[in-house]
Design a protein. Structure first.
Ligand code: NAD
Length: 423
């Protein structure tokens, strides 16, 4: 029977997590050893509360990239990722950049929701603008907790969409340390009735925009070119610096290259977002939209040479929360925020910008100085060794042997493992 012909029984979602797990294992004839890894006694009540039809958890490696100097303080940065090179690359960049570290900045955490109205009359824009204070007051009960923390209502704007004729009403709220989706969606829905009355139209939908273009974070580093010597693989450091700048310009001109350049940045940022319980899709949607704001996808980071100093720079929308959603409800998120010294949202977003820039720097440096495959194949060899049955210290020994032989097939891993075990 094919998987498509198998069916979970009706009422599956109403069963207990344990029963759902049993039904899935039975229906799909799962290998007990594989499925066992989705068990987590500490996490199952939480998983069952967080999503519908939970059957367990998906464990992803959590690592720490150590020794980041950011605005004069040293951070160890927790990263959750399935990609082998991410933590290693971030730590490598942090070591090269060293104590001069990263300078970072962030804007106020203002998020935007949109109410789209159909058949709004021609005077709608003026009437909504004239009623802004009244509309703001109508949100008082929703926004009072934010206002007590220094956030709250930051304005309204209207735009008539030329193609469809819909009236777009943008609502701006400073959400402080939250990501803000529920706060914005609740407030936007609360305005619908008044906006319909003022415009004579009716609401098609109200929803947060993940563009988050007003809530940005950035980072830069300045690196004396001679510090590239340790990474230069026989190439003059000045030449490496020149190539990094050229690679940065390339990601401005070639959108195909820019997509991958930016994916590398998000390797770090999404791993931090996941490690801290943030909404990775929201962060990525905002970043990629920002990279295409000129009408073409361009690299989010830039590099330039100033005398004998290489400067790296990155800025992007970054709505990393330290409260709300899964953040702090998830025990791992509480632990990772602890590793970071309980940052607020602005600090966490600035750390995110630094780790994104570090990740990008490590990738571009490797690409222009001999390629990334050498490092990646070493990590790939460890996976093959594990697949071949190596465990503990054997994994590294088998991977080292494969690297020495420059041969990276599963058969090579199996041969290296049996050789090791026969010694
Ligand atoms: P939330 O609903 O948990 O609200 C945050 C809460 O934290 C508020 O009640 C607020 O009063 C409180 N709070 C305590 N201390 C605070 C502080 N210092 N700063 C700000 N608020 C503080 O969370 P949210 O951020 O409104 O929504 C995030 C969730 O919504 C995420 O799980 C996200 O995945 C989900 N979501 C996303 C989208 C989208 O991205 N389009 C849409 C819907 C829902």
């Amino acid at each position: 029977m094919t998987a498509a012909a198998m069916r979970l029984p009706p009422g599956f979602r109403k069963q207990s997590l344990e029963e759902r797990r049993r039904q899935v294992a039975e229906t799909y004839k799962l290998d007990d050893r594989d499925f066992a890894a989705s068990r987590s006694p500490e996490m199952e009540d939480l998983a069952d509360m967080m999503i519908e039809s939970a059957i367990g958890v998906m464990p992803i490696p959590l690592g720490v990239a150590t020794g980041f100097t950011i605005d004069g303080s040293v951070y160890d940065i927790p990263l959750a990722t399935e990609e082998p090179s991410v933590v290693a690359a971030a730590g490598y960049a942090a070591r090269i950049i060293g104590e001069s570290g990263f300078e970072t900045w962030s804007t106020e955490p203002v998020m935007q929701a949109q109410i789209f109205l159909e058949n709004a009359g021609s005077a709608a824009e003026k009437r909504i603008s004239a009623a802004e204070n009244e509309l703001k007051d109508s949100l008082d009960s929703h926004l009072a907790p934010l206002e007590r923390r220094g956030g709250g209502f930051r304005g309204l704007a209207t735009t008539r969409l030329p193609g469809l004729g819909l009236l777009q009403v943008d609502l701006y709220i400073d959400v402080r340390d939250a990501m803000g989706a529920n706060i914005l969606n609740t407030a936007a829905e609360a305005l619908q009735g008044d906006l319909e009355r003022l415009s004579g139209g009716h609401t098609l939908m109200s929803i947060l925009s993940n563009q988050a273009g007003l809530r940005r974070a950035g980072a830069l580093f300045r690196l004396p070119v001679e510090r590239l010597a340790r990474a230069a693989r026989g190439i003059a450091p000045e030449e490496i610096a020149r190539r990094i700048v050229l690679a940065s310009d390339l990601a401005q001109e070639s959108s195909e290259r820019a997509v991958t350049h930016n994916k590398g940045i998000m390797n770090g940022i999404s791993a931090l977002a996941l490690a801290t319980g943030n909404d990775t899709r929201a962060v990525e949607a905002g970043a990629h939209a920002w990279s295409a704001r000129s009408g073409q996808v361009r690299g989010l980071s830039r590099y330039r040479l100033q005398a004998q100093t290489l400067e790296g720079w990155l800025e992007l929308p970054l709505a990393l929360a330290t409260v709300g959603g899964a953040v702090k409800i998830h025990p791992v998120s509480r632990a990772t925020l602890g590793i970071l010294g309980q940052p607020d949202s602005g600090q966490l977003s600035r750390i995110g910008a630094a780790v994104g820039l570090a990740q990008n720097f490590a990738a571009v440096l490797a690409l222009v100085s001999g390629g990334i495959q050498k490092g990646h194949m070493k990590l790939h060899a460890a996976r093959l060794a594990f697949q071949a049955g190596a465990r503990g210290d054997e994994v590294r020994a088998v991977a080292d042997r494969m690297a020495a032989l420059k041969s990276y097939r599963l058969e090579d891993a199996a041969a290296a493992l049996s050789r090791l075990r026969s010694i």
